[in-house]
Design a protein around this ligand. Structure first.
Ligand SMILES: [Mg+2]
Length: 387
């Protein structure tokens, strides 16, 4: 086993709903549902008062309203949440040089070796919580553990305003009674497959042999068994370390038809989107690189409102940059390239930024990715009129 690490998983409590209650005192102590109040609306966040009525995020708004008819429904204000999120990450940065964002309100911090500098892990976590309360007016739940899996599990055990320290010695008492869905990567489909052979808890899973599990979950069995024993080697990956993902192409001759360049650019955007999705990354910055026949090279960048891995969003940005350049100063092009940067791994909460159109787009992307994986990139050519 590797040297002991100290990892924090910090998760703000009912982030969007808490911000709404912070900004509007009349909402405090009341059940609040954040989201679009329409027939296809989805709950983006529910305050703890609403959770008492079994309302929760990702639930259709119509169901949440039935469960808690007196809930106050407020629209989503991404700009405001992002602003608070940035201040929150600035605090995280003061505690550790290695911060891995999982979503707007959630991150892993690697505190390994920090004890000499900052004090004992538990005291450091309390300090972080105190700063979030004082400077943001919000509560955080923190899990402290020797690895990411246990830290994330721990932060969820005593929400809201929780602080749970899990040590290697706690694992054998803590994990066995928990449902297998607590294991990272076990979704409803895998859970169902396991349930059919009587595996409901992590303890049940531990009792099965690798061979038996291999038949059930394929190549994932070893990883699941290790998690079931509280072992997880994944490093905390600093956002800054993530580079960019890009594609470029040099033409044999300078291309002077903008439409021809747009066509190539679109294929590049599709490839970039595919690679982002494959690595579960989202990008906030899209850049265009254009080289002329005389080797002069220019670049144009734009920052997106929301990080995305969707082809449509990436294309809108890249095409916008291209058209702005082409409209003003078009010259024949020798090389065209596109890259996505400011990458972050997308956590579960990112999926709450959905509206129905995004959801549809995600399904389109997922289908395209599956076809490409099976038959190669030439198998699929999408229209460029992606909405
Ligand atoms: Mg949260």
């Amino acid at each position: 086993m590797q040297a002991t690490r100290t990892i924090f998983h910090v998760d703000m409590d009912a982030f969007f709903a808490s911000i709404e209650q912070l900004d509007d005192p009349s909402l405090r102590g009341k059940p609040v549902l954040v989201g679009y109040d329409g027939p296809r609306g989805v709950v983006a966040a529910a305050s703890y008062e609403a959770r008492a009525f079994d309302c929760h995020s990702a639930q259709p708004m119509s169901i949440a309203k039935r469960r808690c008819p007196h809930a106050v429904i407020v629209p989503v204000r991404f700009e405001r949440y992002r602003e608070v999120s940035q201040r929150m990450f600035a605090i995280f940065d003061e505690f550790s040089p290695v911060v891995e964002p999982l979503s707007v309100d959630e991150a892993f911090l690697d505190l390994t070796g920090g004890e000499k500098l900052l004090g004992k892990a538990e005291a450091v976590a309390m300090k972080l919580k105190a700063r979030a309360r004082a400077e943001l007016g919000l509560t955080a739940s923190i899990g402290v553990a020797p690895n990411k899996f246990l830290a994330k599990l721990a932060s969820d055990l005593r929400k809201p305003d929780g602080l749970v320290v899990v040590r290697a010695g706690d694992v054998d008492a803590l994990l066995p009674p928990l449902p297998v869905t607590k294991l990272w990567g076990v979704g409803p489909a895998t859970a169902e497959r396991l349930r059919l052979v009587g595996v409901r808890t992590i303890g049940d899973l531990r009792k099965r042999s690798l061979d038996v599990l291999n038949k059930l979950v394929g190549g994932d069995a070893d990883r699941l068994l290790r998690l079931a024993h509280g072992l997880d080697d994944r490093p905390v990956v600093c956002d800054r370390e993530a580079k960019s993902i890009g594609q470029e192409q040099t033409f044999g001759v300078d291309v002077s038809a903008p439409d021809e360049i747009r066509r190539v650019l679109f294929e590049q955007v599709e490839q970039v989107g595919r690679r982002l999705r494959k690595h579960a990354l989202s990008a906030r910055c899209v850049s265009l690189k254009i080289r002329y026949g005389d080797f002069e090279t220019i670049s144009r960048s734009t920052t997106l409102k929301e990080a995305t891995s969707g082809t449509a969003g990436l294309w809108a940005a890249a095409c916008g940059l291209f058209d702005a350049w082409a409209g003003q100063s078009f010259r024949p092009v020798r090389l065209i390239g596109v890259s996505a940067a400011q990458l972050s791994s997308h956590g579960a909460q990112m999926s709450l930024f959905v509206n129905p159109a995004d959801e549809k787009q995600k399904r389109v992307d997922a289908v395209a990715d599956r076809i490409t994986a099976k038959f190669g990139a030439s198998a699929i050519r999408r229209g460029r009129g992606l909405s």
